[in-house]
Every structure is written in C-alpha cells, then in structure tokens.
Design a protein around this ligand. Structure first.
Ligand code: ACO
Length: 312
C-alpha cells in the first residue's frame, strides 16, 4: 500500500513532472539517486586518468590541446554531478572518501590501461560513445538536477566522441601499416569493456526494475547496449576495422546486430577491484587529494584574510 505522499510522488513521475530537491521523495528513491549519481561522478573523475596518461605524449600540439580540453570537460562533469548529488543531502567529502577507501563503485571501463595513442581515439569513440547512449536517455531522468546536468554533459560528450573517431580515421587513412595495426589493437582491447559499461543483463540487474518504475532509468541495460552496437558497427566498418567478436552480424529479421556473450566473470572481477588498473587508479586519486592539500589550505587562509580585511 502506498502512502498519500508516495502516491502523489508516483503520479508526478508518471506525468513526467520532474522531482526537485525540496519535493517529498521516498527514501529509496533518494538513496538510489545518491548511489547512481555518486558512481557517475566518480566515473567522470577517475575517467580523466587513462587519458591523462597521454597528455605529455600526444603527437601534435593540436591533439594535445584537444585532449586537455576533453579531460577538463570530464572534471567539469564530475563537479556538476557531485553538485546534483549534494541536492539530495549527500556529503561530497564523504562520498569521495568512500571512493578512496575502495568502497564506492565507478565505471568498470576506467580500470583498463591505455597502451598506445590509438587508445585515445578508441576511448573517445567507444567509451564516450557508450556514455552518450546511456546519458542521452538520462536527460529524461525524473530527478530535475540530474536531468539538467545531463544536457550539457551530452553536448560535451558528443565532441569527445567525434574527436576520438577523427583520431582513428586519420590513423587509418593516412597512417603507416604500424599505425593501422595500433588502431585495430586498441579496438580489440576496448570493444568488450565498452559493452560492459551498460551493466549486467536486465535479468541480472538488481536495481533496474525499481529504477525504471521511478523513471530514474528510462531504458534498460540491454536495450542501451543494443542501441550502442547498432550505431557503432557501421562506424567500425567505415573505419575499415573489425570487432573481436566472431558472433557479431546483422540480423535481417530483428533489424539489429546479433553479438556474442560478454565475459561476465571479467566484469565482476573488475567490479570487485581486481581489474588491471583498479589499485593504480585509486592510488592516483588519493595522491592527487593529498598533494593538493596545501592548495586548499592556502585558499582557505586567503579567504579568511580577505574576510578580516573587509571587516576592518
Ligand atoms: N561498472 C561498474 N559498476 C557497474 C557497471 C559498470 N559498467 N554496471 C553496473 N554496475 C554496478 C551498478 O552500479 C550496481 O552496483 P550497486 O548496486 O552495488 O550500487 C550493480 O553493478 C548492479 O547493476 P545494476 O542493477 O544494473 O545498476 P544500475 O541500475 O545502477 O545500472 C548503470 C548501472 C547503467 C551504469 C547506471 O547506474 C547508470 O546509468 N549510471 C549513469 C551513467 C554512468 O555512471 N556512466 C559512467 C560511465 S560514462 C563516463 O563517465 C564517461
């Protein structure tokens, strides 16, 4: 039996009226949003690290500027998302502390290494491409601050996706045989992890049913994964590359691509903290916070001094 508040809340959700921070909401709704938005924010922040690896090694000044701009965008996305999370009453420092203690999840994809320059192309094209498919529908999520954050984030992600694809196109069109091989190698390594970004199958996804009813999620994990495959395979063919999946083929009857089974053992291993780079990522984040402590202390001291001057 729903309480009157709960019924009122669900009617609003059903009518596509956004839920705002001061509106009544079920505790479960609040908790689920804090969980998802904090994981999403952590993903944006940790997501800077695989790319940061290549800033000093970008092949041209133009590529370096693009890469830095993209990484800064990710930092901005993290900040809007932490702010959206705070409107639900969550504490940013506490949530970040959970990340540093290895207790918070963030997207599995960022626990894979970026081994060659083509990885910067493949990350932009596949990883940001997958992120867009997921986030475009989140623009219609029921929680107002989250949905509004998604609008700007999606615009920026589209640029990321295109700059990534352009890197790969240039390497395939103008590159040496060795550079073309680097592109295929990057795709081979990142293809399956990109498909894992959408999460477990719908029938293995404990949060999906309730999150769909609350319209936090608008499409299921499997639906989004299929959308991503359907839009990405033609781009893969245009590049002149292949996917490391012998079962990938167009299905006339369904009007979708069929594809092989994800290695779920690998997915859950990465979620448990045992991916190739989990420990390194957390350590890097912790160091960044520790080594930046003096900047925050100086900023606080400066603000204090300004305040005293204003009062004097
Ligand atoms: N990496 C890490 N954890 C994952 C992943 C993944 N690829 N997929 C699912 N999980 C986690 C879920 O967070 C959930 O964990 P929890 O219950 O312990 O908190 C668990 O696995 C079970 O999965 P679901 O029940 O399917 O979880 P949920 O309903 O939250 O769906 C999804 C997962 C689709 C990722 C959803 O949270 C979402 O849409 N998040 C927003 C988008 C996002 O976070 N993108 C980050 C990557 S993109 C980028 O940053 C550039």
């Amino acid at each position: 039996e729903m309480s009157p508040e709960e019924r009122d809340f669900q009617e609003k959700v059903d009518a596509e009226t956004k839920i705002e921070p001061k509106n009544w909401m079920p505790e479960g709704y609040r908790k689920t949003l804090i969980r998802q938005i904090s994981q999403h924010a952590h993903s944006e922040v940790v997501g800077m690290l695989p790319e940061g690896n290549w800033v000093t090694r970008a092949p041209t000044l133009k590529r370096k500027l693009q890469l830095m701009a993209k990484i800064q965008d990710e930092a901005g996305h993290g900040l809007y998302l932490y702010s959206a999370m705070e409107t639900l009453g969550a504490d940013r420092d506490e949530e970040i502390e959970k990340l540093h203690q290895g207790k918070a999840k963030y997207s599995s994809i960022f626990n894979y290494p970026t081994l060659n320059w083509a990885d910067m192309g493949a990350v932009g094209w596949l990883v940001d491409g997958a992120a867009i498919v997921n986030q475009v529908v989140l623009q219609r999520t029921s929680y107002g601050p989250y949905s509004r954050a998604m609008i700007r984030i999606c615009k920026e992600e589209s640029f990321h996706q295109r700059q990534g694809y352009q890197i790969l196109l240039d390497m395939m069109r103008e590159g040496t045989e060795e550079q073309k091989a680097m592109v295929q190698d990057a795709i081979n390594r990142l293809w399956w992890p990109a498909l894992m970004m959408f999460g477990p199958h719908d029938d293995e996804s404990p949060n999906s049913q309730q999150s769909m009813a609350w319209k936090i999620k608008r499409k299921s994990n499997d639906e989004l994964r299929q959308m991503f495959i359907d839009q990405t395979v033609p781009q893969l063919e245009f590049l002149g590359c292949t996917a490391p999946d012998p079962d990938l083929k167009w299905n006339e009857e369904t009007g979708h691509y069929d594809f092989g089974e994800i290695n779920w053992q690998e997915f859950y291993d990465v979620l448990k903290g045992n991916g190739p780079c989990n420990r390194e990522r957390i350590k890097t984040r912790k160091n960044a916070i520790d080594e930046g402590a003096w900047v925050r202390e100086a900023a606080v001291a400066y603000a204090e001094k300004q305040k005293q001057r204003a009062q004097a």
